[in-house]
Design a protein around this ligand. Structure first.
Ligand code: DGP
Length: 112
C-alpha cells in the first residue's frame, strides 16, 4: 500500500518521533500550525475516522490514553486541541487515520 504514514511508521520516511508503543506512533507535523503540533496515528492502517469499526476501535482508545501523556510531556498544561480530518470536506490530505494535537498558544475559538 502506498501510504505516507505507513512509510513513516516503517522508517522508510524519516520523522521526529515523540511517542511509540506496539499500537501507536506519534511524531511532529511537518507543517506545524501551532507551537506544538503532533500527529498520533495507529500503526495498523485505517484510512480515516470514517473507517473506525468495532473490529479496529481498540487502537482509538489507546490513542486517547496516549494523548494526555504526550500533552504532559510537551508541557501543554494550558490545554490543547485534538482534531481528526476525515474526507474531502474536512480537507483530509493523508489517508491514514491521524489525530492532530495542537497547543502551546491560545487557539482560535473557531473550528471551521
Ligand atoms: P490532514 O490535512 O488532516 O490530512 O493532515 C495531514 C498532516 O500531515 C498535515 O498537517 C501535514 C502532515 N504531513 C504531511 N506529510 C508529512 C510528512 O512527510 N511528515 C510529517 N511529519 N508530517 C507530514
Amino acid at each position: 500500500m502506498d501510504c505516507l504514514f505507513c512509510k513513516i511508521i516503517s522508517g522508510e520516511i524519516p520523522s521526529t518521533k515523540v511517542y511509540e508503543d506496539e499500537l501507536v506512533y506519534a511524531f511532529r507535523d511537518i507543517n506545524p500550525q501551532a507551537p506544538t503540533h503532533i500527529l498520533v496515528i495507529p500503526k495498523a492502517h485505517v484510512a480515516s475516522a470514517n473507517e473506525i469499526t468495532e473490529e479496529n476501535s481498540a487502537v482509538v482508545a489507546r490513542i486517547f490514553e496516549v494523548i494526555p501523556k504526550i500533552a504532559a510531556a510537551e508541557g501543554l498544561s494550558g490545554g490543547f486541541r485534538v482534531v481528526s480530518n476525515a474526507g474531502a470536506d474536512a480537507c483530509q490530505s493523508v489517508h491514514h487515520l491521524h489525530f492532530h494535537i495542537l497547543g502551546g498558544k491560545q487557539l482560535s475559538d473557531q473550528m471551521a
